[in-house]
Design a protein around this ligand. Structure first.
Ligand code: ATP
Ligand code: MG
Ligand code: MG
Length: 549
């Protein structure tokens, strides 16, 4: 990390530290609106804000930006906290913009007293029309010249609930001809008679984002307030409010949001996927949410590593989702324990193996690390499940698996040769017959036999049953959000359920926190909603990038 060139925000901070700005202090914040679950885009912002604090011995506040009573909920607050901690970060303070409502109200009163804000009775349409266009200046509404006294009176009455939703608004008095539309007397407060998840019915006026965000930063004495590029045109207003109120000068900096291919990221769209049952829930393993990725088997380290690799840019771009998959594959290759599972079973009978005999073979948990992280017992017997596609009735030349007369090694066990098979009345192969070489056991092979293929298997008598879920991309379109209707490109085959797979008995000990490599099949993890009576495994990612062209 230290050898990497500084990103532009790190450069700014190092400059500030060098100049003794803010007394050498770094305080960032992560400001989610509690109106949905966090997604991988938020992870980028979390890693950036908390990462900067870590790097410069600073702190990060978690501030719930809860100024919109209609869409927000306490359940979202809990999920957001859980996800941040799971990613491995701890905030200095847990704060709520709603806790500042009284202070923000007083700030607004202060602006009115300075003749820098006024109550406007115009409708939303009238205000929009009077604002002009980017090439034409706006015109004042009939309310712009109200006296300070009248404005103070009306604003207090707004707070007291004298008016209906939309009847009046509070606007800043700035400049109706400013080329930046955000400075043409922007709204500061609106009336909304709605129950708030924290303040209940105490308020019926709520501050707009532009009036709440910068002031909240300032109240907390945030030094570097980092947001996404679409807020660049808001920055002059951010600075205007702070200057006119003469409060702590927090500064806003903007970086490019994360866009990921083959998915959507806006909470509004993700909520639609949930509500319209395209996915099971916010934590469906196909969702780009942190909770979905966790349930899918992603590790915190893999997500942090991903955020680190994509870096921080000043220009919008699209990151290929295969980079995210690469990061989890790399992590699991080092950490996952190896196991055997058969997803599409066909029975193999070893005709020369003694009846009712069981051998306890030993398999290393993790050949990628020294010491192997211990071993597990793998029972071996006369009847095994193997993968249907590891057998071909008429194999082509370079088929190094099973077919009449062909030999393979059974992983951790013996070399077997196929002699015969039987079909059912529909011509489907249902059983294959092999003989084994007793002196070919893995680790003590004296047979001198050479085979090119190794296949996985599970003993029929000892196998446990599990449901296995295989995932594909949720969208067929690389940029679904660009289409008129993003749901048009939903991939109808994003989930394949294998109701009855056979797994090694040791996998009964699996927990959702541990990743497993099912040999030759991919990386899997126990679903967090799995039960001992109904085991469910999710495929986190395939062993190789099946999308690479
Ligand atoms: P969405 O559009 O997905 O609803 P949002 O910006 O409305 O996102 P917030 O809860 O306001 O969601 O976001 C909290 C923080 O996370 C903000 O600082 C925001 O800039 C940042 N953030 C949100 N989406 C992304 C993204 N795709 N990439 C980087 N940062 C993001
Ligand atoms: Mg939002
Ligand atoms: Mg936002």
């Amino acid at each position: 990390n230290d050898e990497k060139p500084l990103n532009f925000i790190e450069e700014i901070i190092e400059d500030d530290l060098h100049n003794g700005k803010h007394g050498g202090r770094v305080l960032t914040r992560f400001p989610p609106e509690p109106n949905g679950y966090l997604h991988i885009g938020h992870a980028k912002s979390i890693c950036l804000n908390f990462g900067l604090a870590e790097r410069y011995q600073g702190k990060t506040n978690l501030r719930f930006d809860d100024t919109n009573p209609v869409t927000e909920d306490t359940a979202y607050v809990e999920s957001i906290k859980k996800d941040i901690q799971w990613l491995g970060f701890q905030w200095a303070q847990e704060l709520y913009t709603s806790d500042y409502f009284e202070t923000l109200y007083n700030f607004a009163v202060d602006l009115i007293k300075k003749d820098l804000a006024y109550v406007d009775d115009s409708t939303a349409e009238e205000i929009a029309a009077a604002k002009g266009t980017p090439t034409e200046p706006g015109v004042p509404t009939p309310y712009r010249d109200r006296s300070i006294e009248e404005n103070l009176q009306l604003f207090q009455e707004m707070r007291e609930g004298k008016y209906r939703d939309g009847e009046k608004v509070l606007r800043a008095k700035i400049d109706l001809a400013n080329p930046n539309m955000h400075l043409r007397d922007p709204l500061l407060y609106r009336i909304k008679h709605a129950h708030h998840h924290r303040t209940g019915d105490a308020w019926c006026i709520y501050p707009m984002y532009d009036f709440a965000h910068g002031q909240s930063d300032s109240i907390e004495q945030i030094t570097h307030s980092i947001c996404t590029l679409e807020f660049i045109p808001h920055r002059p207003l951010y600075d205007w409010c702070i200057n006119k109120l003469e409060i702590f000068p927090s500064k806003q900096y903007e970086f490019a949001r994360l866009n990921l291919s083959y998915t959507v990221m806006s909470k509004r769209k993700l909520l639609q996927l949930v509500n319209e049952k395209y996915v099971e829930s916010w934590d469906d393993p196909r969702m780009p949410t942190i909770s979905g990725l966790r349930r899918r088997g992603y590790t915190p380290a893999s997500i942090r590593n991903f955020c680190d690799r994509i870096g921080v840019q000043k220009r919008e771009n699209m990151i290929d989702v295969s980079l995210l998959e690469f990061c989890i594959r790399e992590d699991l290759n080092h950490s996952a324990w190896r196991r055997m599972a058969v997803l599409d079973p066909i029975k193999m009978v070893i005709t020369n193996y003694p009846n009712d005999h069981v051998e306890e073979l030993i398999g290393e948990n993790n050949p990628e690390v020294e010491g192997g992280e211990g071993t597990r017992v793998i029972p071996f017997s006369k009847e095994l499940w193997i993968e249907r596609d590891d057998f071909m009735e008429e194999p082509p030349k370079k088929f190094f698996r099973l077919g009449p007369g062909l030999s393979v090694r059974l992983k951790h066990a013996y070399i077997v040769t196929c002699n015969d098979f039987v079909k059912d009345e529909n011509g489907k192969v249902i059983e294959i017959y092999c003989t084994y070489a007793p002196n070919s056991k893995s680790g003590e092979d004296t047979s001198g036999l050479k085979v090119k293929g190794t296949i996985h298997w599970v003993s029929v008598e000892h196998a446990k049953e599990a449901e296995v879920r295989l995932y594909d991309r949720l969208f067929n379109d690389e940029n679904p959000a660009a289409a008129e209707d993003f749901k048009q490109s939903i991939n109808p085959n994003s989930l394949t359920i294998i109701e009855k797979a056979y797994i090694e008995p040791d996998l009964m000990e699996a927990t959702p926190k541990k990743g497993y490599q099912f040999i030759r099949l991919g990386y899997f993890t126990l679903d967090s909603k799995s039960t001992t009576d109904n085991l469910v495994f999710n495929r986190t990612v395939t062993l190789k990038d099946s999308w690479a062209k």
